[in-house]
Design a protein. Structure first.
Lengths: 480, 515
């Protein structure tokens, strides 16, 4: 019976070899995918207890940091001035995942990124707690604070860009939330805080600056003007500006909200006083294809600022005459995020060159060695430099003598455009203002929206409500 | 000169020589070993065996009538047991340190209990089975101790801590007592051969007992428990022993008939149709377990055990082919018709398709991935996240806290026990002991393979226990009895034989030149 017993012994040997081989296979090929499963509580808990890297505003101001904690997680994520920077940092929670930069730069912050591999090995060998990389943002604390302060309790958002680089200098949304509440180690309390915030009708969790789109109203006239200039018109080209315009193919009339100063006015004049009928006519003359192409060159219909999940702004397809007329003045289905409008202004200010907006300038390893740095990227050239300069002058006129006087800063040449938009008749209008300063050597481009402006629909709303906010942000950036 | 490692040498020349040839270690015939009976010339001649003239010399060595005095090796066993205790109690202390920051007040009692039980087992072996294999008992002690440690570790997750480890220690004590009873009272396995049908019938009755209404209870979806008063018991574990004994004695009796060839298909002799009765009966029994007790593991274990013993006794590979086909058909039938089998197979093939249904298997995977190669350290992982971590999934808990390295070490200890068991079978001189030792070892190997393979997703998960480690009295006690039986057989294999028959030297002339 020994021969079969030896064979049985061989079979058992194979069985044990299979067990060992399967264990090896699991370690080599399955371990990382298992660790990446979202339901893996071990990994999630460990990550939650990690010494995450900081998120910094310009000047090394910590806007998200980690502090040692004595409960079951060893470190607590803290957000000094959490409400102010919430749209940028997002939150880092146990049950409700992550948002903002906490989400997009999670592996770097947690120190699990491949770029930090060697670092992890050193920490392992020296028995130190692995530390995550820090993320340097382009936010300027003074501008951010000025924006939030001047926006106050009004619902709305502010975006400030550096026109030459695309760096986001300020990004404020209101109402905001305190990420500390959701990041707390008391998971039940954090869950309740999340549910409360998520359930609020004012939607404090949403990033209005980049992830919400609104009818841009008269600020869209900048795009229409740019299309008209590209179409061969000049600032002095005269257009029809009737008191009310019968929309093609309908019996509806588009009224002017203000006196346009005559029925035949120049484009400069039309922009200065934000004349609806003039721009509706201009849009009809240019045609929807050219208008749409112009909008797309400014960045419509694409997502920007992927780090914060920016939403694409929209210019509608297949317009009839009436729709085109309305779209030309930023109504109908045109929708833009404050970020998008800041990009339009920034491109005009930057002599027609649109820079790709970004908020993270550098990721730094714990030893301060840069892991990745952002170099400014040109996105497109929506206007020729000459046309851009003409449009800059027209915008300067808007602030100097037109609807945007509230945006002016003594001693600085500011260009801007007001806007007031209505999404539906029952809602209060949105007040817009977008501007840049100083003309010629632009340092900042701003877009401001105030939702539910507490005044009746008239074009001046943007100038009255939003322009002062833009001014304070520009002043903060310019150091005044 | 190499130290003679010859304890396994037996006086059965054919077997011993074949083994030696396989090992290629002819220099084991060293003078010291045969000094009692060897001719005077032997020591001088010995170096020649390396020079090439060894063949004749070797055959002479064997041919000479002799009394072999194998080493008892009880000292080695004692050292290994101490080593095993150090590992197990050390692990237990590490758990305490890592979880509660210091040795728990109960540790001295536990340590005393473990040392006492190990000492009792060792003394019993020393007294009654002095020639028994010295490696099996220490292996079992280290596994049992690590199991206790892991159960204690999982006790500490609960607040207040549960008393699983204490219960397990009590069961260990019962197991060791039964082990000692086997060693002291039974002493010889051969009388068991006389009760083939009694033992076999009681085994089958035990196996089917959980199906009796009023006694049987379903736990975790399987109807494999019986309830008597406040105690519950998994009779399949005891049936495993009884049926191994019954199969062995039955097959020894009938092997000649069962070995008769029937049809020849593809160069393979199939058994005669009229001899198919026993295998079909076992097949039906296994199917009954699968269908009514919903227990894939037990079903596989018993059928595999029977087929393997059938093959060993008849030396006909046809039985294995037939058995595999029958089992495959049964398993496929089960897969098609029973949801519990489908769930197991689903969890095996694509566990992440349904997180809630395959929660257990997925979490075991997470745990082992989290432990990685070296583990989180005892007491520092989170085995509590896996349901049933102390019983079915104790291998996953080991994999998490001791790492894949630790789990592989445990697998190797199991492999060592199986290897010693099979070696005992090889060395055994009478067919019943041979078959019984081979059967018990194979069943042990199959059980370890099935459960650890299930936990590590090599196979679909089955509800078998991890021998000596899982929490559970029936399994622990019965496996101690298995070890007792293996040691009894190995004692008889290795103990000196009183009389040695003259061996025809012509039969042993097969040893070829060694150089």
């Amino acid at each position: 019976m020994n021969k079969p017993i030896r064979r049985v012994a061989f079979v058992t040997m194979v069985m044990f070899a299979l067990l060992l081989g399967n264990g090896t296979y699991m370690m080599i090929f399955r371990q990382s995918s298992l660790a990446a499963e979202p339901q893996n509580r071990r990994v999630r808990d460990a990550e939650f207890a990690q010494n995450r890297g900081s998120i910094l505003a310009a000047g090394k101001t910590e806007i998200a940091e980690t502090e040692p904690s004595k409960d079951r997680f060893k470190y607590q994520r803290m957000y000094p001035r959490g409400e102010l920077y919430a749209p940028v940092t997002g939150y880092y929670s146990y049950d409700h995942a992550r948002t903002g930069l906490e989400s997009t730069y999670n592996t770097q912050l947690a120190g699990t990124d491949d770029a930090l591999f060697v670092r992890r090995l050193i920490d392992l060998a020296t028995n130190q707690t692995p530390q995550g990389a820090s993320v340097q943002t382009t936010i300027i604390p003074a501008a951010q604070a000025a924006a939030a302060q001047s926006l106050g309790n009004q619902k709305g958002a502010v975006v400030a860009l550096d026109p030459k680089t695309g760096a986001v200098l300020a990004m404020v949304t209101s109402p905001s939330f305190d990420p500390n509440e959701i990041a707390g180690h008391d998971i039940e309390a954090a869950g309740k805080a999340y549910d409360r915030l998520a359930g609020e009708p004012t939607r404090p969790l949403s990033n209005r600056a980049a992830r919400e789109i609104y009818p841009p109203g008269s600020t869209f006239k900048l795009v229409t003007a740019a299309a008209a200039l590209a179409d061969g018109k000049t600032p002095d080209t005269v257009v029809d500006a009737p008191a009310r315009l019968k929309l093609p193919g309908t019996n509806t009339f588009l009224p002017n909200s203000s006196n346009c100063g005559g029925t035949k006015i120049t484009i400069t004049q039309a922009l200065k006083i934000s004349c609806n009928t003039a721009f509706a006519n201009l849009g009809l003359e240019v045609g929807q294809d050219k208008l749409r192409a112009q909008a797309d060159k400014f960045g419509f219909d694409q997502r920007h600022l992927a780090d914060l999940g920016g939403l694409a702004s929209q210019f509608p397809d297949k317009l009839d005459g009436a729709q085109l007329a309305l779209s030309s003045i930023g109504q109908f289905d045109v929708a833009a995020s404050p970020l998008q409008m800041a990009m339009v202004t920034a491109a005009i200010a930057n002599d027609g060159v649109l820079m790709d907006p970004y908020v993270v300038s550098m990721v730094q390893a714990p030893d301060l060695k840069p892991i990745q740095t952002h170099k400014p990227v040109t996105l497109s050239q929506p206007m020729t430099a000459a046309n851009a300069k003409l449009l800059q002058q027209m915008m300067v006129a808007v602030v100097a003598e037109g609807t945007g006087r509230n945006g002016s800063i003594p001693g600085v040449t500011v260009g801007g455009k007001t806007g007031t938009a209505q999404s539906d008749p029952t809602r209060k209008p949105f007040a817009w203002f977008t501007s840049f300063a100083p003309a010629g050597d632009p340092k900042v481009a701003v877009a401001v929206i105030v939702e539910d402006a507490p005044i009746p629909r008239q074009d001046i709303a943007g100038g009255r409500l939003a322009a002062p906010i833009a001014r304070s942000v520009m002043e903060a950036v310019l150091g005044r | 000169m190499r130290r003679p490692d010859t304890w396994w040498q037996t006086v059965e020349p054919a077997d011993a020589d074949a083994q030696r040839q396989a090992d290629g270690q002819t220099e084991r015939h060293t003078p010291q070993r045969y000094s009692e009976t060897k001719p005077e010339a032997e020591p001088e001649a010995e170096p020649k065996s390396h020079a090439g003239a060894g063949a004749e010399l070797l055959s002479m060595t064997i041919a000479v009538p002799m009394t072999v005095i194998p080493r008892k090796r009880r000292g080695v066993e004692l050292v290994l047991i101490l080593f095993a205790l150090v590992i197990a109690l050390g692990a237990y202390a590490i758990v305490d340190f890592n979880v509660i920051g210091g040795i728990s007040p109960r540790f001295p009692y536990l340590a005393g209990g473990c040392v006492g039980l190990a000492a009792l087992a060792h003394i019993a072996v020393r007294w009654r089975l002095p020639y028994a294999d010295p490696v099996i008992l220490p292996c079992v002690i280290v596994l049992n101790g690590l199991g206790l440690t892991m159960i204690h570790r999982i006790d500490l997750i609960n607040s207040p801590p549960t008393q699983g480890a204490r219960q397990q220690l009590i069961w260990t004590a019962l197991g060791v007592i039964l082990f000692i009873l086997v060693a002291v009272v039974l002493r010889d396995h051969r009388p068991l051969q006389g009760y083939t049908y009694t033992i076999g019938l009681s085994g089958i009755i035990l196996l089917l007992l959980p199906l009796v209404p009023g006694i049987g209870i379903a736990k975790f979806g399987a109807q494999i428990w019986i309830h008597v008063g406040p105690y519950s018991f998994q009779p399949a574990e005891a049936a495993k022993i009884l049926l191994s004994i019954a199969f062995a004695s039955y097959l020894v009796e009938k092997k000649d008939v069962l070995a008769l060839a029937g049809y020849r298909v593809l160069g393979l002799d199939l058994p005669r149709a009229r001899d198919l009765g026993p295998i079909l009966l076992m097949w039906l029994l296994s199917l009954a377990i699968l269908v009514f007790q919903r227990d894939l593991g037990t079903s596989l274990l018993f059928f595999g055990l029977f087929v393997m013993m059938l093959y060993v006794s008849t030396e006909r590979p046809g039985w294995v082919v037939l058995g595999t086909l029958l089992f495959g058909a049964g398993a496929y039938f089960g897969y098609l018709n029973f949801d519990h089998v489908k769930v197991r197979v689903g969890a095996w093939l694509h566990p992440f398709s349904d997180y809630d249904a395959y929660y257990q298997v997925i979490n075991a995977q997470f745990g082992m991935a989290w432990g990685g190669l070296l583990g989180t350290g005892l007491g520092l992982g989170r085995p509590g996240l896996t349901p049933l971590a102390r019983s079915d999934f104790i291998a996953a808990a080991i994999g998490e806290e001791l790492g894949m390295t630790g789990l592989m070490a445990v697998i190797m200890i199991y492999a060592l026990i199986v290897a010693r068991g099979l070696r005992t079978a090889l060395q055994c001189r009478e067919p019943f002991g041979k078959l019984l030792a081979a059967g018990l070892s194979f069943a042990f190997a199959l059980q370890v393979f099935t459960i650890i393979g299930g936990v590590t997703r090599l196979l679909p998960l089955t509800g078998l226990t991890t021998p000596f480690m899982s929490q559970g009295g029936s399994s622990l006690i019965c496996n101690w009895v298995v070890v007792g039986l293996l040691l009894v057989i190995s004692h008889h294999v290795r103990k000196p034989v009183a009389t040695v028959t003259e061996i025809n030297s012509a039969e042993t002339q097969f040893v070829r030149a060694v150089s």
